[in-house]
Design a protein around this ligand. Structure first.
Ligand code: GLA
Length: 485
């Protein structure tokens, strides 16, 4: 009996092979490089039985026009790079490094027997507002440029693509720019071989939204979009409808107010129809406009209640997704509260009724004013640790389009950078990026760290230079997660 129990526990443990999904972490591909697929989209390819991620390739000094990168995965957590699916071509009229190549999507055209890629094609000043089209016989590419067109004569800025799982029909979603005559989001069907647009199915009028995606449940369509604040996060909204042609509901906010959708922008979503459960993931971007190539990804499960007609994007620091069964669960971690941490220099514990136990650690600055969490249990293996923080540098203007951070002419800092040192080893300083938040809003950012086995680890948090100053964000608590199996 006992042996049996132990054996089945072992089997269960080894069945969960998938990599954890850690929103906002530094995601590395199978070669150890940062996953470089911004404003990404995912296509599940039946032939290879893999998920394929396409996104904007961004490096320092080449933030736009870098082409479209491609990665494959079995579990949505482990990503293998296949280089560039669409390479920029010097001197090309639409896909040179001088152009905007944004929000790429790939879909398989049964009729053409080819993979079709569509994206937002533009000049560097967003003056053209076109849709680019390229094809390939192989999912990974190389994709060959076909054309860049004005959809049904209209403008097209942020581009989305949605395929109805019930009838296989594909649709384009696009915001039509910022001019007063624009400011709509269009939902337009593709022709059957997905080579051109057919017919406008619905127009979301004058909401001035962008980065659209549609989640399809058995009963409903849910269209998610962000407000227009450039590379800054805001509160993403959703609309619901029984039919794509509407009537669509009023928009509503999908995440806790003032979290700015956990500091992310919408852009894509995925439906995972597992053997036990259908799961929907929100696929968003945490843009870093100070260093766009370092932007992170915020992928989160979505909770939908058809009866109440509600949809919520749920935060989890770390979750374990099984793409075969469709099941997922938040991984449980151990919390270490700020109240029990040690402070040095000018760092101190300040009353904060929104903080854990009514306090938050503030005044963190450089090497001298730090906070140290003690007696942390580690395993000797890499573990994700979430740092819960507040950073109010933006003075509450963080979700204003192009707005200045404070009305008296301050500079936009966007994020603070904290130093994180394990067990006093100052030879290895980790950088923790802490995006600005509204006042009283506590969000978290994860780092993968290796602690020593046992309960005697310390983690010290200080401030690093973020281009303006050496301040670390206020810290509420840290949560240590078990290593991946
Ligand atoms: C928004 C859009 C992105 C990109 C930036 C440029 O975030 O959704 O695709 O165009 O603006 O500022």
């Amino acid at each position: 009996m006992r042996v049996c129990k132990a054996l089945s526990a072992l089997l269960l443990a080894s069945a969960a092979q998938a990599k954890y999904i850690v929103p906002g972490g530094r995601w590395r591909d199978t070669e150890g490089n940062l996953v470089n697929a911004h404003a990404g989209s995912i296509w599940f390819d039946k032939e290879s039985s893999k998920f394929w991620l396409f996104g904007e390739y961004k490096i320092e000094g080449q933030e736009e026009g870098g082409g479209v990168s491609v990665y494959s995965s079995d579990d949505l957590g482990t990503w293998e790079s296949h280089g560039l699916a669409l390479e920029p071509v010097e001197g090309h009229p639409y896909i040179s490094t001088e152009h905007i190549i944004q929000r790429p999507k790939v879909v398989y055209s049964e009729e053409a027997g080819q993979y079709h890629m569509w994206w937002h094609a533009d000049n560097s000043t967003y003056g053209w507002l076109l849709q680019g089209f390229a094809t390939s016989d192989n999912i990974a590419g190389p994709y060959e440029f076909v054309d860049a067109v004005a959809p049904l004569g209209n403008w097209s800025q942020d581009f989305g693509l949605f395929t109805d799982y019930k009838d296989g029909r594909s649709y384009a979603l696009y915001s039509n720019g910022d001019r007063a005559e624009g400011r709509d989001v269009y939902l337009t069907s593709f022709n059957s071989n997905i080579t051109a647009l057919d017919e406008v199915i619905y127009r979301f009028p004058k909401f001035d939204l962008e980065a659209p995606t549609i989640i399809q449940t058995d009963k409903s369509y849910w269209a998610l979009m962000s407000h227009k604040t450039g590379y800054r996060p805001n509160n993403v909204v959703a609309f619901r409808a029984d039919d794509l042609s509407g009537p669509w509901s009023q928009p509503f906010i999908v995440s806790p107010l003032n979290t700015r959708t956990f500091n992310s922008q919408s852009g894509f979503s995925i439906r995972i129809e597992g053997s036990k459960k259908t799961t929907y993931l929100y696929i968003g971007d945490q843009w870093d406009s100070n260093s766009l190539w370092e932007s992170r990804y915020i992928w989160l499960p979505v909770d939908i209640d058809e009866r109440k007609k509600t949809l919520e994007v749920q935060w989890h620091d770390v979750y374990d997704l099984n793409v075969k069964t469709g099941e997922w669960k938040g991984v449980k971690g151990t919390t270490y509260k700020g109240k029990s941490a040690k402070t040095s220099g000018n760092a101190y514990k300040q009353e904060a009724n929104f903080g854990t136990d009514g306090v938050i650690l503030t005044g963190i600055y450089g090497n001298d004013s730090t906070v140290t969490f003690e007696n942390i249990e580690g395993t000797g293996k890499p573990q994700w640790i979430s740092f819960y923080y507040q950073n109010t540098d933006d003075m509450g203007f963080g979700d204003q389009p192009g707005g200045t951070p404070d009305r008296i002419g301050g500079s936009w800092q966007l994020r603070r950078i904290s130093s994180v040192v394990v067990n006093g080893d100052t030879q290895n300083v980790e950088t923790l990026y802490q995006r600005d938040t509204h006042k009283g809003i506590i969000l978290s950012t994860p780092l993968q760290l290796t602690l020593e086995k046992g309960k005697r680890n310390t983690i010290t948090i200080g401030g690093l230079y973020n281009g303006w100053d050496y301040k670390g964000a206020d810290i509420d608590r840290i949560v240590v997660y078990p290593p991946e199996k």
